[in-house]
Design a protein around this ligand. Structure first.
Ligand code: ADP
Length: 287
């Protein structure tokens, strides 16, 4: 059945140019309806001055364990825009008593991707709730993860910039297995100490563990999908389904490749530099 992209009434004006670009996607039997709020607009690539006005529309791509959530969340605080992680939306739903909970749990715990229909529906709900609260701009983390999701997003708004975080693959599994989450505040920590020597022209990488503060230490849990078997499957699926999304944005001149040089203390200032953010902003963000 053809899938229609419908723009909510409030957004029709700002999306007039999208309407002609609406497209059909074949699905088994459902309609995808990405509801986007009116703050989404056709922006150009970010310029230095534009990054503080709350209107950035950025995407973070990268393999499981690379640190998308960590850096997207820091930047969201820095820029004053919401950090929207589809993985978090999925986990909220699977921990709820909603009708999708058990189906999502099974999919996620096998390391598979949730269907585009479900992801679009969760994201639409989140964007609409944000609009009600007066949010503008966003940093998307973990979406789009398939070419189809990227096409749907492109059909409704212009993404300014896509940051592709990269880390040597030997570090990714260790980072996922070392991840710990505080059940109370939701912050991520890491018990892994990564120390990979350079070889064949590849630089080595050292990353300190990220210890939890005393108030979180007794409340740490591991994600159910952070087991060796499931992480390997997530990495395989990333290569198969999500790596093509990198090329999708590369061909549109929107992809910023960023090789993480180490842990947060080394990487954060370099990331800000790569994003052309001011030095004084950088100091206050790290403080
Ligand atoms: P990861 O560390 O693998 O990047 P996330 O927290 O982003 O983990 O996502 C956790 C799980 O949620 C994924 O393995 C997948 O099952 C589901 N998920 C999140 N975002 C998407 C998406 N855009 N499309 C399909 N499934 C998704």
């Amino acid at each position: 059945m053809a899938v229609l992209l419908r723009i909510p009434k409030t957004s029709i004006k700002s999306f007039s140019s999208c309407i002609s670009r609406n497209f059909s996607v074949t699905t088994l039997n459902s309609e995808i309806d990405l509801k986007v709020p009116s703050f989404l607009s056709q922006n150009s690539l970010p310029r230095r001055q534009e990054t503080k006005d709350g209107n950035v529309q950025w995407v973070f791509l990268g393999c499981p364990g690379v640190g998308k959530g960590t850096y997207a969340s820091r930047l969201s605080t820095f820029l004053g825009v919401p950090h929207i992680a589809t993985g978090d939306l999925v986990r909220e739903e699977l921990n709820s008593s909603g009708p999708l909970a058990s189906q999502l749990k099974e999919t996620v715990n096998q390391g598979k991707l949730v269907s585009d229909e479900i992801i679009i529906s969760l994201l639409s709900k989140r964007l609409e709730a944000g609009e009600v609260k007066g949010e503008s701009g966003f940093i998307l983390d973990g979406f789009p993860r398939t070419i189809r999701q990227a096409e749907i997003l492109e059909g409704v708004t212009d993404i300014d910039l896509v940051v592709n975080l990269k880390l040597r693959k030997e570090a990714l599994l260790a980072k996922c297995l070392g991840r710990r989450i505080c059940v109370e505040c939701g912050r991520n920590y890491n018990v892994a100490c990564i120390d990979i020597k350079g070889d064949n022209g590849n630089p080595g990488i050292y990353m300190d563990p990220l210890p939890a503060p005393p108030q979180c230490v007794t409340k740490l849990i591991q994600r159910a999908d952070d087991t060796e078997e499931v992480v390997k499957e997530r990495l395989r699926i990333y290569n198969e389904m999500s790596q093509p999304v990198e090329e999708f944005y590369r061909s549109r001149g929107k992809l910023l490749e960023f090789d993480l040089p180490g842990g947060i203390p080394e990487s954060w200032p370099k990331l800000l530099e790569a994003l052309n953010l001011d030095h004084e902003d950088k100091c206050s963000a790290v403080a």
